[in-house]
Design a protein around this ligand. Sequence first.
Ligand code: ASP
Length: 418
Amino acid sequence: MTGSKSKEPWYLQLHGQVGIALLSGFLVGVCARLLAPHGFPTEAFGEGVGVVGDIFLRLLKMVIIPLIFTSLVCGVASLGDARSVGRVGLRTVLFYTLSTTLAILVGLTLVNVFAPGRYLDIGSSATLPEGLSSSSQSLSHFLLHMVPDNIVRAMGNGDVLPVIFFAILFGLFLVRINGPNVDTVHRVMEGALEVIQGLTLAIVKLAPIGIFALLTREVVRSGPELIMRLLPYFATVGGGLLIHAFVTLPLILVLLARRNPLEYFRAVLPAVATAFSTASSSATLPLSMECAEKEAKIPRGISSFVLPLGATVNMDGTALYEAVAALTIAQMYGVPLDLSQQALVLATALLASVGAAGIPMAGLVMMVVVLEAVGLPIEGIATIIAVDRVLDMMRTSTNVWSDLVGTAVIARFEGRSP
Ligand code: ASP
């Protein structure tokens, strides 16, 4: 990956190429749709191009678990002792809670002012996706499964949170226990990390191709008419996400991390763009880690800790969306929610965003938790589902951008800003 101060022309640098990929993916998708009435096989074209994107997605997923494990073990070991790890952990959790709460407040303000639910009808013909039932989601289940009963199974299933839990403990005991054998394990971990980082770097170079392919398919699949029908709701969530991403988070970056938001955004753009096209924080993690370390110069001890945790539990965009969607559904059913009920929405949206996995549509599934908390019918989800994919892309980029802002803030508080 090229450095942000590189002499290379912008279009040869990764963020320039990613920008071109976003624009051309969108344009090619629109052209394919326009050509459909003239006999162009638009659908087949979109799905065909999409396969290239799927390969990119699988490559990313391939490196997630080994990357999290080796970098977290080495990162925790480099922090030295349990007290430092605890301090970084506490700061991380505090920051994530703060930024997510701010996001929800922005969402609640907008949804109260614009009341998009007034424009929606109950009883859309859309059906609820499978697995969207009250029994399928529980927060205690989430907490329990943070502790793996079988680490190999957790890794095999790609369950990030239990792997994080085990890797932190492994890293802590790696520095606590002395001896030549343990030193060898430490060196093996460092070596494995170097190899997996090299591999990740090679995959990251493919990001522009992957982003182009995924975006083209997305535009071909979900045309603009879907968005039009739910425009007020779409604009409320989208507007909230934009305010949080381009006002709140940059302010935090300046005030708490003392970083230039424009420069920082440019350094991490490949990660944010990948989040947009994949709608998955987890799949974006390899890119986030590369950008944070190589481009934004965040020390590995910090980024390897803050980012995997963030990709799993810090979802500002998802939380904002949960709050807006819940209130929109309440407005649609003509059920006004008073201040205490809105406070309950805030709390459950926060918890639901922590519990949502970093995969596409996870936020939609967690809506059940929020709706049930305030006694709203979960069937309301069927109405807003039509625009979920596009909102998912937007909220995932906000989630990832917030993780990266958090990393800069924690690095500064730990006295390890570049
Ligand atoms: N897709 C989001 C993510 O991976 C989660 C969500 O659906 O809100 O961050």
